[in-house]
Design a protein around this ligand. Structure first.
Ligand code: NDP
Ligand code: 2IT
Length: 451
């Protein structure tokens, strides 16, 4: 058995109860085969694949807090410090009822390669809690965030581990966590990114993942002779990544006609208005069903019990699909629908929204496919820029940050494109991104000895 297959079997055996983690490792390992085979003896002796799939540290803790009725609630908190070969651990905090260790290991593993692709000095990590922020009052959110940080603070720091937002965690939560960290440590430092603009946050960080996704997509299309202007697009999700992806796609002359949330999806043939989404999701924090109150010509379809996540959105005919909700929301059936409807590009704003079968189907049918660890790296890249600004105690303008973000996304596309070409897989950006991300981390790990 090849070294790659041997370690994949080992990973499956050791992490049998963590399907998302196994899925992420399987995808990366498939891509790495040619790289590992070119130097198998060294990598095997150094156990590089065993090491890169084992988090350096995993922290789990109790998060007790008091709800508005005076009832004590208990959640589980996590931080997976996956790999620090090229910089301090860096990655978001997910707050969702579904969060478990396996989910955060998948996200942390992806983050290692993503952060490497940004070219900035950031290792990979991820954390969060099975706390469900839906329907909670601001006071309850604050109580949870303060309790969460009361344990997490001892494991993080501006040069150790720098968390940020992710699904369910936005500016409000980061603010409460930052306040508690400062109180506990009596240190004012850039320990979190995605902070408010009055206390060290970077301009353009809120927009960065969505904008970056479109900078990447535009470059990918242009390098394949296609202009994004005039194209139609469908988006899943209507949260942070989706909103700013829709704004930037529209600015680039594309028309986004559908998006979704947990409860249903909206079709707006005149083009989704991102300002309405901001109002519904960032201000009112309510359901997408409200969209039709602002735009009576749009159509809302509620999800019914048993419906697959985001399935409706993928039945709409469009040139470009941008999954920006969460993992495993495009399966083979969805991919077949999209291809039958003539989709030309799929670019992942979320982490692993397309399952392995669907990804292969897109690639086999000539669809340009941008993997999340490359195409959604704009968020963490801008977090890296926030860290730089915090370290030099300066703030850059929106235009400066946005320009840097754009250049980073274009360079990530070319790193993935070049790596794919180098190993004879031209156009396979999944393989290219995995290889380019891996090479830097592996080189650093080898140079640092057995650790
Ligand atoms: P948000 O919480 O802001 O938005 C998530 C969106 O996905 C919401 O519209 C939410 O619906 C929807 N969603 C969540 N769970 C489900 C579900 N079970 N079924 C259907 N829809 C669902 O998160 P973000 O936009 O920050 O993150 C989205 C994705 O992008 C995640 O995969 C995240 O890991 C990834 N990502 C985020 C980055 C960032 O900077 N924030 C950076 C890179 C990647 P509802 O509105 O009803 O809650
Ligand atoms: O998945 C991701 O890249 C993020 N949630 C952003 C992480 C960060 O540290 O900005």
């Amino acid at each position: 058995m090849s070294y790659v297959d041997e370690v994949l079997e080992l990973v499956k055996e050791k992490n049998a109860s963590e399907p998302l983690f196994i899925q992420a490792v399987t995808e990366v390992f498939e891509s790495l085969k040619p790289v590992i085979e070119a130097n198998e003896e060294l990598y095997r002796k150094e156990a590089i694949l065993e090491r890169i799939t084992e988090p350096e540290r995993q922290i789990m803790f109790r998060v007790p807090w008091v709800d508005d009725k005076g009832q004590v609630q208990v959640n589980r908190g996590f931080r997976v410090q996956f790999n620090s070969a090229i910089g301090p651990y860096k990655g978001g905090l997910r707050l969702d009822a579904s969060v478990n260790l396996g989910m955060l290991k998948f996200l942390g593993f992806e983050q290692v390669f993503k952060n490497s692709l940004t070219t900035l000095p950031m290792g990979g990590g991820k954390g969060g809690s099975d706390f469900n922020p839906k329907g909670k009052s601001d006071r309850e959110i604050m109580a949870f965030c303060q309790s969460f940080m009361t344990e997490l603070y001892r494991h993080i720091g501006a040069d150790t581990d720098v968390p940020a937002g992710d699904l369910g965690t936005g500016g409000r939560e980061i603010g409460y966590m930052f306040g508690q960290y400062k109180r506990l440590r009596n240190v004012y430092e850039g320990v979190l990114t995605g902070k408010g603009l009055t206390f060290g946050g970077s301009l353009a960080r809120t927009e960065a993942t969505g904008y970056g996704l479109l900078y990447f997509t535009k470059e990918m299309l242009a390098c394949n002779g296609i202009d994004i202007a005039g194209k139609t697009a469908v988006v899943s999700g209507s949260g942070n990544v989706a909103i700013y992806a829709i704004q930037k796609a529209t600015q680039m002359g594309a028309k986004v006609i559908a998006c979704s949330d947990r409860n249903g999806w909206v079709l707006d043939e005149e083009g989704i208005d991102y300002k309405i989404l901001k109002e519904i999701k960032e201000v009112k924090r309510t359901s997408l069903a409200e969209y039709v109150n602002y735009r009576p010509n749009a159509k809302y379809t509620a999800k019914e019990a048993g419906d697959k996540m985001d399935h409706g959105v993928w039945t709409v005919k469009a040139d470009i699909a941008l999954p920006c909700g969460r993992e495993n929301t495009i399966d083979l059936e969805d991919a077949k629908n999209l291809v039958a409807n003539g989709v030309i590009a799929v670019a992942e704003g979320a982490n692993m929204p397309t399952n392995l079968e669907a990804t292969k189907y897109f690639q086999a049918n000539g669809v340009l496919f941008a993997p999340g660890k490359a195409s959604n790296a704009g968020g963490v890249a801008t977090s890296g820029l926030e860290m730089s600004q915090n370290s030099e105690r300066l703030s850059w303008t929106f235009e400066e940050v946005d320009e840097k973000l754009k250049n980073i996304m274009i360079s990530i596309f070319h790193a993935a494109d070049d790596a794919a070409k180098k190993y004879g897989m031209e156009g396979n950006y999944v393989a290219g991104a995995n290889i380019a991300g891996f090479e830097k981390v592996a080189t650093a790990m080898l140079a640092q000895g057995v650790c």
